[in-house]
Ligand binder design. Sequence first.
Ligand SMILES: *Cc1c(COP(=O)(O)O)cnc(C)c1O
Length: 366
Amino acid sequence: MRSELGVIPPAKPHIGEAEIEAAVAVLRSGMVVQGPEVAAFEAGFTAVAGTGHCVAVNSGTSALQLALLAMGIGPGDEVIVPSFSFAASANAVRLVGADPVFADIDPASFGLDPAAVEALIGPRTAAIMPVHLYGNPADMASLVALAERHGLAILEDACQAHGAAVDGKPVGSFGKAGTFSFYPTKNMHSLEGGMVSTDAPELARTLRLLRNQGMETRYQNEIVGANMRMTDVAAAIGRVQLGRLEEWTEARRANAARLDAALKGLTAVVAPPVAAGARHVYHQYTVRVPAGRDRAQELLTEAGIGSAVYYPTPIHRLAPYAHLAADLPETDRAAAEVLSVPIHPSLTDLDLERIAEALTGLEGRL
Ligand SMILES: *Cc1c(COP(=O)(O)O)cnc(C)c1O
């Protein structure tokens, strides 16, 4: 029986009056493409990423692609990536002509397992791409140490992890570069948009050239580049959202703490563990349901609780990558067990009670 209280959606992108006013003000100004709003957004975002430089682009995928290009990664190179991620993580590697090599995950964090990564390092390995899936930081202490031992670069895919940190150090600041997405369902958005974070000034300059046809000065093209500029409309919306990121993140974390408490002691539904020192920003609140994820999702739907599976098919099983050899038992297990339930900042107390009740109600029914 469907609840009469209405369905709680799994995600709820926020577009408020402040965002609309900011966008209209840019449209009225006539300066709409990569102008003062983009520069101010970049300057403001350095505080989130914890790096000296941020370069705005038109999507998170563009951010990954340009970061790889700026790092000099291309044909003949391999990049070790998780298969348990959004396809963009591997697509970006392919788009620059390099080869993704899929490593298994640590089942607790859903991030790259450092031992699995080490086993895949070979003469062509150029970089490691940890993904901070669901907003939970990957094991950066181990991955940074591993990369240093083998002389490899790290590119963080922090597209789901704005404001996540390890021992107070923000994700996006651990490697050569980090990337963020501002797609509407992410923890903050700019309609579409992305950001590359880096501490290296020369890398930041290369990124600025790459996003704008290789030009710093108009018609003096220095290198081959793309057009991956962010509009000032997007940046103005992003700046409004940036101003609320901390408040929204704390709301997500408080919502997660309530669900954690409700799930304590259950066996049917396992709450997402968080490592000591990690700041999880709960882009998703993702539980494991080992005894019957699909049935659990049906029961939640009947109770009016929206949910989603991120991601039902690991990247190494998707058509463009299925020819690559990969044996990833933890990735396959996660894909079969995970379920993300609503955690967004607009949930009410009643919503949270209903979600907690529906989850605890799964005990003994799967
Ligand atoms: C959203 C996302 C991307 C891509 O960002 P877009 O802005 O959609 O291009 C890349 N990696 C991960 C892990 C993502 O969640």
